[in-house]
Design a protein around this ligand. Structure first.
Ligand code: PRP
Length: 188
C-alpha cells in the first residue's frame, strides 16, 4: 500500500492512497507518449475535449506532456433517463467551441463508471462527422460497466470503491488532491 508522504495528511474520511502523485505522473507520461506517436504525422491539431468537471486535472497534465500540435476544449454534460432515472442520453450544458467535424478528437474523462456518459458522447460526436474519434480515461472501474464503450487510452484499472482526488470529488471536496485516495463509503 502506498504511504502518505510527510507533507500529506490523509483526511479522516479517506481510507488509503490508491495512486500516488509519482505513479500518476509516470502513467500520464506513458499515455502522452502513445498519443504523441499515434498523431505524429497528423496535419491538423488534435482536439482534446475534456468532460467537466472531473477531467480538468488529467487533461491539463496530459496536454502539457503532448508534443504534437493540439488544442484544448471542454464540454459539460448531464445525464437523465426517463422517469427521473439518472442514466440515459447526455444533455449538453456546455458544448465545444471548436467545430469537431472532420477533425481528430480525443475525449478526455476522469473516470469510466457505468459507461453511460462516454457511450452517448461518442455517439453524438460521431454523428457530427469527426474524422477520428478516440477516448482517454484516467480511471476505469470495469466492474461497473453497463454500456460497452471502446476506450483507447486507460490510465489505471481500479476496483469498485469510492475514489477522490486528481479531479474526482465527493460533493466538490477533494478534487485537487494530487493523489487518488479511496474514501470510506458515505451515507449520502
Ligand atoms: C462523473 C465522471 C464522468 C461520469 C462517469 O461525472 O466525471 O463524467 O461521472 O460516469 P458514467 O460512466 O457512469 O457515465 P460527475 O457526474 O460526477 O460530474 P463531475 O465530473 O462534474 O464531478
Amino acid at each position: 500500500m502506498a504511504q502518505v508522504s510527510e507533507r500529506q495528511t490523509l483526511a479522516p474520511d479517506l481510507k488509503k492512497i490508491l495512486l500516488t502523485e509519482d505513479e500518476i505522473s509516470k502513467r500520464v507520461s506513458e499515455l502522452a507518449s502513445e498519443i504523441n506517436e499515434k498523431y505524429k504525422d497528423t496535419q491538423e491539431p488534435l482536439i482534446l475535449v475534456g468532460v467537466l468537471k472531473g477531467s480538468f486535472i488529467f487533461l491539463s497534465d496530459l496536454s502539457r506532456k503532448l508534443t504534437i500540435p493540439h488544442v484544448v476544449d471542454f464540454i459539460a454534460v448531464s445525464s437523465y433517463g426517463s422517469g427521473g432515472d439518472k442514466r440515459g442520453e447526455v444533455r449538453f450544458l456546455m458544448d465545444t467551441r471548436e467545430n469537431i467535424t472532420g477533425r481528430d478528437v480525443l475525449i478526455v474523462e476522469d473516470i469510466l463508471d457505468s459507461g453511460n456518459t462516454l457511450y452517448y458522447l461518442t455517439k453524438i460526436f460521431k454523428s457530427r462527422g469527426t474524422k477520428n474519434l478516440e477516448t482517454a480515461v484516467f480511471l476505469d472501474k470495469s466492474e461497473r460497466h453497463e454500456m460497452e464503450v471502446d476506450v483507447k487510452y486507460i490510465g489505471f484499472e481500479i476496483p469498485d470503491v469510492w475514489v477522490v482526488g486528481y479531479g474526482l470529488d465527493y460533493k466538490e471536496k477533494y478534487r485537487t488532491l494530487p493523489y487518488v485516495a479511496e474514501m470510506y463509503p458515505q451515507k449520502d
